[in-house]
Design a protein around this ligand. Sequence first.
Ligand code: 3PG
Length: 219
Amino acid sequence: MSNDEVLRRIGSAGVIPVVTLSSVDDAAPLCEALLDGGLSVVEVTFRTEAVAAAIAVIAERYPEMLVGAGTVTDTRQVALATAAGALFGVSPGTSPAVVRAAHASGLVFWPGVCTPTEIERALDLGVTTMKFFPAGALGGAEVVRAILAPYLHLGVRLIPTGQIDDGSASEYWALNGVVAVGGSWIAPAGLIAEGAWDEISRRARAATVRYRALRGEYA
Ligand code: 3PG
């Protein structure tokens, strides 16, 4: 899938649910819950042993789901994510080696930044879409607006992530240059552990309805 198509899908969803799966068995019910709530995007983080298998299950059984790999911090994980069928990768920071490995393997990749210098280093690596992390802790939407201002004309686009929830997402969505937001509030580890799929679905639906209303669409 091309970079533009992945970005179009992300921009259409408005939210990237960031999930940590301790068991591959959670992958299918999670996907059912997200899809039921109107979200067809998910980022599975490299924080457990289950991640590659979970991405593979999602890629095989839920082709309508745009599945990505998160917390990708080394080149081995780039290879694992790509082999498992991930369609995008995300990292909390910007490792030139990881970015180059992702580009070499054709994986759409959004490294993390949180300063102007980091944005310029990412631009040097040929990256224009970046995760902005940890957005909430750094000051929220006002910081994102300010840091984007000098770079919008260069095509920089940000995906603010970290400490975002249903209440604050719309502040980021309103900003020029924000493609979507990422966050674990839709499917936090606690709800996944409880198998609270209805609640995850409800949260996905709430975010989808809010985002579409903001864009003048109907859910
Ligand atoms: C993360 O790295 O944990 C993600 O960016 C999600 O952050 P959040 O749990 O604060 O939403």
